[in-house]
Write a protein that binds this ligand. Structure first.
Ligand SMILES: [Zn+2]
Length: 301
C-alpha cells in the first residue's frame, strides 16, 4: 500500500489533487468517507485543533476512533490539520504534546502552523515537529505566509489583500524554510483565505477568493515539495484546477461541507439528514468542483 507521502508526490506530479475534508462534527466522518468511496476518489479526512476547541469534533482520540469505524485505506487517510504554535486568539499552544499524541494514536500525517511566528521561530518549531513526525513515519505539513480568516473580527477588504499581496508566502523565504525545517508539504498563501469560524460570520457566504498562479509556480519551483491550498472553499473552479497543475497537491475543504451539515441539522434537527447533506455536498465537490471522481488509481496505484 502506498504511503501518504508517496500519494502526495503523485498528486503534485499528476495535477490530480487530494482533497482534505475537515470534520468539525464527528457524524460528518461517515458520509465524507462514503462519498469518497462512491466517487472512486482519494481524499484525506482531517481535523484541526480549533475543531475540537470551538466546534464538536471532541478530541484527537474521538476522531480517530470514529474514523477507524469507516476507514478505507485505499480511499482515505487521516491527517491532523492546524495545530498552531500561537492560536487565532493569540494564546500559546502546547503543540508538541498534541502532535505527539496524534502520532501515537495513528494519524498518518500532521501539520504544525507556525505562521504567526517570525521566520526563524517558525523554522525551529517546524523542524522539531518534522523530526517527531519522521520518527513515526509520517509527513509533516507546515505553513508560511498568512492565510487570513480564522481571526475574530472583520477581514480587511479582500481586493486590497489580493492586489497588495500582503501576507503572500515569500518565494525566497519559502526556499529557505523548506530546506531548513525539513517539512514535507507546505501550505502557501497566494490569495486563498480561510472560512470565518467566529460568531455570525461563520454562517455567512464566504468571500470569493482567487489565486495568483504565477506566484504559485514560483513557489513550486523554489521549494520542490507538494504544496497545500488552505481555504479551498469559495475559489472559482478554473482557478483551483489551474493551481493543481502548478504544485498544489492537497486542497483543504472546510466551509463547503460544514455549512450544509449545520444548516440541515438546524432545519430538521436530524443528524441523519445532516449527514446526507454532507454526503451530497462531498460528492459534488469531488465530481464537479475538483473533478477527481474515478481518478483514485492514478494516486494510489
Ligand atoms: Zn487552514
Amino acid at each position: 500500500m502506498k504511503s501518504i507521502a508517496e500519494i502526495m508526490r503523485s498528486a503534485a506530479a499528476s495535477g490530480i489533487p487530494a482533497p482534505a475534508f475537515n470534520v468539525p462534527y464527528l457524524p460528518m466522518i461517515e458520509p465524507v468517507i462514503r462519498a469518497v468511496v462512491d466517487q472512486d476518489a482519494f481524499a484525506l479526512v482531517e481535523v484541526a485543533r480549533l475543531e475540537w476547541v470551538k466546534f464538536e469534533a471532541r478530541g484527537l482520540a474521538q476522531v480517530i476512533r470514529e474514523f477507524q469505524r469507516w476507514d478505507k485505506p485505499d480511499h482515505v487517510r487521516l491527517h491532523l490539520d492546524h495545530v498552531p504554535v500561537i492560536d487565532e486568539d493569540n494564546c500559546r499552544v502546547d503543540y508538541l504534546a498534541i502532535i505527539s499524541e496524534a502520532l501515537a494514536l495513528g494519524y498518518t500525517s500532521v501539520m504544525v502552523d507556525g505562521s504567526r511566528l517570525a521566520l526563524e521561530d517558525n523554522i525551529a518549531a517546524t523542524r522539531q515537529v518534522a523530526e517527531l513526525a519522521h520518527a513515526a513515519g509520517a509527513p509533516c505539513e507546515a505553513e508560511l505566509g498568512a492565510v487570513w480568516g480564522h481571526e475574530a473580527g472583520p477581514l480587511p477588504p479582500y481586493e486590497e489583500l489580493f492586489v497588495s499581496g500582503k501576507g503572500f508566502t515569500d518565494v525566497d523565504q519559502a526556499r529557505r524554510f523548506v530546506a531548513e525545517s525539513s517539512c514535507d508539504w507546505l501550505s502557501v498563501a497566494i490569495g486563498n483565505i480561510h472560512g470565518a469560524i467566529s460568531g455570525a460570520q461563520k454562517d455567512q457566504k464566504k468571500v470569493t477568493a482567487r489565486l495568483n498562479l504565477d506566484h504559485l509556480a514560483r513557489l513550486r519551483d523554489a521549494t520542490g515539495v507538494p504544496l497545500v491550498l488552505h481555504g479551498g472553499s469559495g475559489i472559482p473552479q478554473d482557478n483551483v484546477l489551474a493551481a493543481c497543475g502548478r504544485g498544489i497537491a492537497k486542497i483543504n475543504i472546510g466551509t463547503d461541507i460544514r455549512q450544509p451539515y449545520e444548516a440541515t441539522l438546524r432545519a430538521t434537527d436530524s443528524v441523519a439528514r445532516a449527514q446526507e447533506a454532507a454526503y451530497a455536498r462531498t460528492c459534488a465537490v469531488l465530481r464537479d468542483n475538483l473533478r477527481v471522481s474515478g481518478r483514485r488509481r492514478t494516486l494510489v496505484g
